[in-house]
Design a protein around this ligand. Structure first.
Ligand code: URA
Length: 213
């Protein structure tokens, strides 16, 4: 079998430092998988090291890739609004992704989001583990199937488990919910409203659980 050398993936090796800026700096040069080659930059997590709540998405999108910050595009705007409805300012929360480089394929002049595969996710996981080790959030919220399966394994189903406070190897308390971009893909106004309300309800559970510890 031929090995495609442009698709290699080995687990990243973050420094064991207790300094977030040292770990973040090391992530800038990550070449653990091939995704760095076509991304503008590493998009590391952002937020206070003292945050009680950590939100984990899938991977940076087109906007995030250019800005170098997580959740600054349309999905981020919905997430911020939903957080506000629960009484939380986004700046109080640590926000990150399961994969730190934008995976995409060209479609005309556009860069279309492409789902990261299990080897790319596994290669990036040590960065997420480092973020959890440094922030020690009271609760981690996995948003969407990629983040949830990174934490709980491939058989995990967000639709079945959303809104429950669970335990995992990554962190003692984790809750799953949908990815905010799924709200943007709803077919009509009514389902958009309904799914948004369910997302806010999940975040309310998360905020309450994070405060309770
Ligand atoms: N979607 C994600 O999963 N993460 C981002 O940072 C932006 C969009």
């Amino acid at each position: 079998m031929r090995i495609k050398t442009d698709e290699y993936a080995t687990p990243a090796k973050p420094p064991k430092s207790s300094s977030m800026s040292i770990v973040r700096g090391a992530a800038k040069d990550c070449t653990a998988c091939h995704l760095f080659k076509h991304a503008t930059q590493t998009v590391f997590g952002e937020g206070p090291k003292t945050a009680a709540l950590m939100l984990v998405g899938e991977q940076p999108g087109d906007y995030e890739d250019v800005a170098g910050e997580p959740f600054v595009g349309p999905a981020g705007k919905i997430m911020d609004r939903a957080l506000e409805e629960t009484g939380i300012d986004r700046r109080q929360v640590y926000v990150t992704n399961a994969v730190k480089h934008f995976k995409w394929e060209p479609r005309g002049k556009r860069r279309l989001h492409k789902k990261p595969n299990s080897r790319e996710i596994a290669a990036c996981r040590p960065w997420l583990e480092a973020e959890v080790r440094l922030v020690r959030p009271s609760l981690v919220v996995a948003m969407g199937a990629t983040a949830a399966q990174t934490i709980f394994g491939p058989s995990f189903r967000v639709t079945r488990e959303r809104g429950k406070i669970l335990s995992s190897k990554l962190a003692p308390r984790v809750m799953a919910t949908v990815h905010p971009s799924s709200l943007l893909r709803q077919p009509d106004e009514e389902s958009r409203h309904r799914e948004y309300a369910k997302f806010v309800a999940d975040l309310r559970i998360a905020v309450k659980a994070a405060k309770a510890k």
